[in-house]
Ligand binder design. Structure first.
Ligand SMILES: [Zn+2]
Length: 129
C-alpha cells in the first residue's frame, strides 16, 4: 500500500506521515500561520470576492467607480493569496500541502493579472472618451 508525504507527496511507507523532519516542520509552520491569520484571511477574502461582482454590476451605471472597485478587489485578493496562500481542504487532500500552496499562489498571480487587465481597460476607456 502506497502512501504519500502529507507535505511534498513523495511516496513513503504506510507507517509514516511525512518523508522527512523538514516536511513535518514545514507542515506545522503552515498550520501555525494559518491558525493565526485565518480570520483576517477569510474577512479580506470575503470582501474581495464580493467586491469583484459589485464592481462589474456597477460598471453599466458608473464605469470608472465600477472598474476601480473590481480592480482594487482583484489586487487585494491576489496579494492576499500570495502572502497567505491558504488552499482549501479539498486542494490539500488532492495535491498535498506543498503543491496546494503553489497552486494557490499561482491563482493569486492570475487574480493580480486580472486586476491589471481591468485597469488597462479603464485607461483604454478614459482615452477613448
Ligand atoms: Zn515530504
Amino acid at each position: 500500500m502506497l502512501k504519500k508525504c502529507d507535505y511534498c507527496a513523495k511516496e513513503i511507507s504506510y507507517f509514516e506521515q511525512y518523508c522527512s523532519d523538514e516536511c513535518h516542520a514545514k507542515t506545522n509552520k503552515f498550520y501555525e500561520i494559518s491558525e493565526k491569520f485565518e480570520k483576517l484571511f477569510s474577512i479580506v477574502n470575503m470582501i474581495c470576492v464580493f467586491g469583484i461582482p459589485v464592481g462589474i454590476f456597477l460598471f453599466p451605471f458608473a464605469k470608472v467607480p465600477g472598474t476601480i472597485v473590481a480592480s482594487i478587489s482583484c489586487f487585494i485578493l491576489g496579494v492576499l493569496l500570495l502572502l497567505l496562500p491558504f488552499p482549501t481542504d479539498n486542494m490539500i487532500s488532492k495535491f498535498k500541502l506543498k503543491k496546494a500552496i503553489k497552486i494557490t499562489r499561482i491563482i493569486g498571480i492570475c487574480v493580480i493579472v486580472l486586476g491589471l487587465l481591468i485597469c488597462g481597460f479603464l485607461f483604454f476607456f478614459l482615452l477613448s472618451e
